[in-house]
Every structure is written in C-alpha cells, then in structure tokens.
Design a protein. Structure first.
Length: 65
C-alpha cells in the first residue's frame, strides 16, 4: 500500500523508475522502504511535509514485511 501512496504522490512514471520500486521488485523490500525517505524534495528543497509523509509511508511499508 505504501508504494501506491508514493506513486500517487510522485506520479506513476517517476515511481516506476525510482529506486523504491526497483528494490522492491528485486525482492529487497526493506531497502525499497528505506529508499522512500530520499523522496523528500520538491524543486531541490527539502519540505518538512514531505519528510513526514515519507516517514509515514516508510513505517507503513516496513509493517508489511
């Protein structure tokens, strides 16, 4: 479910090309969940709201493994 939220937020094309999805597809789910935290910027600026969102998505992602 976390990857779905991620894809909805960043766009399907960006999500599918991301390290998050690539790692999960390789069976490295925990690493893929951790990679969510890298997606905390917009226009090169770290946004606190994105940091919080990615932390929640990461926690949700890790619950499933």
């Amino acid at each position: 479910m976390a990857p779905t939220s991620f894809a909805y937020n960043v766009g399907v094309k960006a999500a599918c090309g991301s390290s998050v999805v690539k790692l999960i597809n390789q069976g490295k789910t925990a690493e893929g969940c951790e990679a969510l935290l890298k997606w905390n910027r917009a226009a090169g600026i770290v946004f606190p709201g994105l940091v919080r969102r990615r932390q929640k998505e990461r926690a949700f992602c890790l619950e499933g493994i």
